[in-house]
Write a protein of this length. Structure first.
Length: 246
């Protein structure tokens, strides 16, 4: 366990030399701006909260959160892609399982901070708009947590790709290219739940707000699919790292 925390501290120090931490508030800030500028007068007063929640969540969960997941996963491997970093790192007496876990945990920490800031954006927007009843914590907290959990399979998949590709830019480009079709794929109840880039949106956006396509599926079924995807991608990435030649 002590070795794992040393690896985690080492990975954090690598990222401290970059500006990746500045990307964490980008999506929450955009969500805050959209929430504060939203005109809710066109909705009945009893629907103001659900309308605001849908407005601030859609862009964040459908596009920006999956893209950020890919960026975070690629950045934790950026140092190793330069100057033969993988050979130097893997030649050291470190546990490859611990190394994978440290990189993955660091990605999850950045995603968790993003989600916490997003929750803050929703709270500020609700108070700014003066919505009666205030924040519906019973809906907001589960949605934020579900969105974080739904990012885990994608983070594992992107980390696998980032470890495997010698290029830093290639996984990022593919991640963006695979995120854009979310707008269409979430319309399919057949394919949407199995598409890792769409899972954060399906977990965060309430079926009451989006009554079509994959949004109509039960959350329990979604979580089973997400858990299965996470196990598959995490195992694949870990096995690949363990077999990676020095």
């Amino acid at each position: 366990m002590r070795g794992f925390f040393r690896l985690l501290a080492s990975e954090r120090m690598k990222l401290s030399r970059s500006y990746i931490w500045l990307l964490i508030p980008v999506s929450p800030l955009l969500s805050l701006i959209m929430g504060m500028l939203s005109n809710l007068n066109e909705y009945p007063s009893d629907q103001h909260y659900s309308a605001l929640h849908s407005i601030v969540t859609t862009l964040h969960a459908l596009l920006l959160l999956p893209i950020l997941t890919g960026i975070f996963s690629a950045f934790v491997c950026r140092y190793e892609h330069s100057g033969g970093g993988w050979k130097q790192l893997l030649s050291l007496p470190v546990s490859r399982t611990g190394l994978y876990a440290a990189k993955f945990v660091l990605v999850v920490i950045m995603l968790a901070l993003t989600q916490l800031m997003f929750m803050g954006a929703v709270v500020i927007s609700v108070h700014y708009q003066g919505i009666a009843g205030g924040v519906q914590w019973g809906q907001l907290i589960p949605n934020v947590i579900s969105g974080l959990v739904a990012c885990l399979p994608l983070a594992a998949l992107q980390l696998w790709a980032s470890i495997g590709w010698s290029s830093f830019a290639a996984p990022l480009a593919i991640n963006v290219a695979m995120t854009v079709p979310n707008i269409l794929i979430v319309n399919s109840a057949t394919y949407g739940p199995y598409y890792p880039w769409a899972q954060p949106a399906l977990a965060m956006i309430s079926s009451k707000d989006m009554e079509f396509g994959a949004f109509t599926l039960p959350m329990e079924s979604m979580m089973i699919t997400i858990a299965g995807s996470f196990i598959l991608f995490c195992a694949g990435g870990l096995i690949y790292l363990k077999r990676k030649e020095v």
